[in-house]
Design a binder for this molecule. Structure first.
Ligand SMILES: Nc1ncnc2c1ncn2[C@@H]1O[C@H](COP(=O)(O)OP(=O)(O)OP(=O)(O)O)[C@@H](O)[C@H]1O
Ligand SMILES: [Mg+2]
Length: 610
């Protein structure tokens, strides 16, 4: 229930729409009842039921007031007038026209109130979606490897769609359907008390049956959404890894995997359909059963002439009763929608409630430059239980370059990830100019850093926008200057629209080396005092590598850099080289010092020069 109110709370800013919605919806209901009630006089005229005395009695003039009685008397005065002057067939036309007008009004009001509801719904969903997105993008990096991407995506799409249904159902459940039912029931009570008490028992039975179905539905809804999340996850993996899948002929593996998941989804949904579709026929059947019983019971009342109920009264009664089934069904449908929506909303709100693990300290320091050094002091780190880094001590003086080398999985990228606080060190600390980075305001810390990774992360936009990524207000000359430094200007000019060429999803229209030079241009553009380069050249052929290497050398001028490299030729001039194995620094020194030691580094070098 708490979740339900939380969804509706998103509608708060739109509360000014509620009164007009309520009034319009209420008018629509009233006119739909009037519509049916008018069938009474219609039948009376057709079946010649109403004698002159009775009509005169109903058409009695009463003082003006805004209530049904007054309107009723006006209606009958007119009716009497028409009947005495023009005869019965004109009376028929008169009643039919009034029915037509009232039907028109009822539907017009329904339409306008539904439009208002549509506006509120669209706004609420936008707010929910934006809020979830903002919160999710603010989360620490670790969250995204732990939580499945597909799962997050399914929460952002289908689950939010379910919430959308809930918003509409919520408004219906809270106002529209109860109001309709009350007005209709009130009318029925006026017609006949015993008959109406009888129908109420029917509703109670229907309620119990439906709620039982709904309860079972909820469990299946959870399974269904989870399965869909896994399907989206597979889709994401497959489409981004299409090249590999084709290269390895892994279609069968992928297809089997996908089919297994869709098969789970199918089973859950069949089971859900069985329950979902049960609600409607059950209530339909019960409804007809009751109408039949009303006919018997009500018919007896009419025939025995013991109650106020007339023949036409019974017909109107059944007409109104048949109408009341619709809002009751809609009410039960809405409640079951809300159940499903609450399941989805819980999943979505878990994203909203997730707290970022990496946060600013209170009164965090804003740092805009590096004056002395970056220092790792006894740094240890583990993603889960296994330690990935231990006892890392290194001082990188301003303007110096420190290179990290070593076998795969040693912990080099992890070490680099600690500097921008993608993760926090588990023990020890990292400082910049003696200030622990935990005390530095995160945005300003990351503002000091330029990061170029092996995987060039580009966005489906123009070359210009991708380079000016961090500074959308940048001038064209600045972007071109950055591209020149990054050795990217020439190939950009050869593109169809130069700097305004769209580079495709994740930069797919460019070569690997071109993508990297764009990433480097982006880093140049940011002009950060500290650089982190993670294997920026390992995926390239030698021609391309030369261009990228030049670009990197340009970029590194006058900056403090941490460089991770597999190709040792690229880091020979580093001020210090750290050989990292199994999370520890096992050798350190300059290129020549390390060669003198004749240890692991020498082995690595000789392997690469063979
Ligand atoms: N997000 C993660 N969650 C859990 N473990 C991780 C995560 N990322 C890396 N690891 C583990 O941490 C260890 C160090 O990984 P890291 O990426 O730092 O190695 P690396 O030295 O950069 O290797 P490479 O040279 O292959 O890039 C590895 O054993 C890896 O399995
Ligand atoms: Mg790495």
């Amino acid at each position: 229930m708490k979740t339900f109110w939380r969804i509706l709370a998103f509608a708060k800013p739109y509360h000014k729409h509620f009164p007009s919605y309520a009034i319009l919806a209420f008018l629509a209901i009233i006119f739909s009842v009037v519509n049916l009630a008018l069938l009474g006089p219609l039948f009376d005229v057709i079946f010649d039921q109403m004698d002159a005395n009775e009509l005169a009695e109903k058409a009695k003039k009463i003082p003006f007031s805004i209530d049904i009685e007054y309107l009723n008397s006006i209606f009958y005065q007119k009716l009497l007038e028409v009947e005495t002057t023009y005869g019965k067939s004109s009376t028929l036309i008169y009643v039919s026209i009034v029915i037509g007008i009232s039907a028109l009004l009822s539907n017009l009001f329904t339409y306008i109130s539904n439009v208002i509801m549509g506006i509120v719904r669209a706004n609420v969903i936008q707010r929910v979606r934006n809020k979830v997105f903002h919160n999710t993008t603010g989360l620490h990096l670790g969250f995204f490897s732990g939580e499945r991407k597909g799962d997050i995506m399914s929460r952002m799409t289908t689950d939010i769609q379910e919430i959308e249904v809930t918003v509409v159902s919520g408004i219906k459940v809270l106002f529209r359907e109860p109001a309709t039912i009350i007005v209709y029931l009130g009318f029925l009570f006026i017609q006949s008390v015993p008959l109406t008490l009888f129908t109420l028992i029917f509703f109670a039975i229907m309620g119990v049956v439906i709620s039982e179905i709904v309860k079972r539905l909820k469990k299946k809804a959870i399974q269904s959404q989870e399965s869909l999340g896994r399907i989206l996850n597979t889709l994401d993996e497959v489409f981004s890894g299409m090249r590999i899948i084709k290269a390895f002929n892994a279609k069968k593996y992928i297809n089997d995997h996908f089919e297994a998941e869709t098969s789970i989804y199918r089973k859950v949904n069949i089971s859900m359909a069985k329950k979902n579709e049960l609600a409607s026929p059950v209530s339909q059947f019960l409804g007809i059963l009751v109408v039949a019983t009303i006919l018997v019971y009500g018919g007896t009342l009419v025939l025995e002439n013991e109650s106020e109920l007339s023949g036409s009264g019974l017909l109107v009664y059944i007409a109104v009763f048949s109408q009341i089934i619709t809002p009751v069904k809609s009410l039960s449908q809405s409640i079951s929608n809300i159940q499903r929506g609450i399941v989805s909303a819980d999943r979505v709100f878990r994203l909203v409630d997730e707290q970022p693990k990496i946060t600013n300290k209170e009164k965090a320091l804003v740092k805009t430059s590096i004056e002395e050094s970056i220092e790792f002091q006894n740094v240890g780190f583990s993603y889960e239980k296994e330690p990935v880094l231990s006892d890392i001590n290194v001082k990188i003086k301003k303007g110096q370059t420190v290179a990290l080398v070593g076998s795969s999985g040693g912990g080099k990228s992890t070490m680099a990830d600690l500097i921008p606080r993608f993760y926090d060190a588990t023990s020890g600390q990292i400082t910049i100019d003696g200030v622990p980075i935990r005390d530095i305001e995160i945005d300003s810390l990351r503002g000091l850093l330029g990061i170029v990774t092996q995987e060039s992360i580009l966005f489906n936009d123009t070359v210009f926008k991708n380079i000016a990524f961090a500074r959308p207000e940048a001038k064209e000359e600045e972007v071109i200057q950055a591209a020149k430094i990054a050795n990217a200007h020439d190939f950009i000019m050869e593109l169809e629209n130069g700097y305004h060429t769209n580079i495709g999803e994740r930069g797919s229209k460019l070569s690997g080396g071109q993508r990297q030079r764009l990433s480097i241009a982006r880093a140049v553009m940011k002009n950060p005092p500290i650089l982190i380069l993670d294997e920026a050249t390992s995926a390239l052929d030698s021609e391309s590598e030369k261009l990228v290497q030049e670009a990197i050398t340009n970029l590194m001028k006058n900056r403090t850099s941490v460089v991770i490299a597999h190709r040792l030729s690229t880091i020979q001039h580093a001020d210090e080289i750290l050989v990292i194995q199994k999370g520890s620094i096992i050798e350190r020194g300059t290129h020549n010092e390390l060669l003198d030691q004749n240890g692991v580094y020498t082995k690595l070098i000789s392997m690469q020069t063979v």
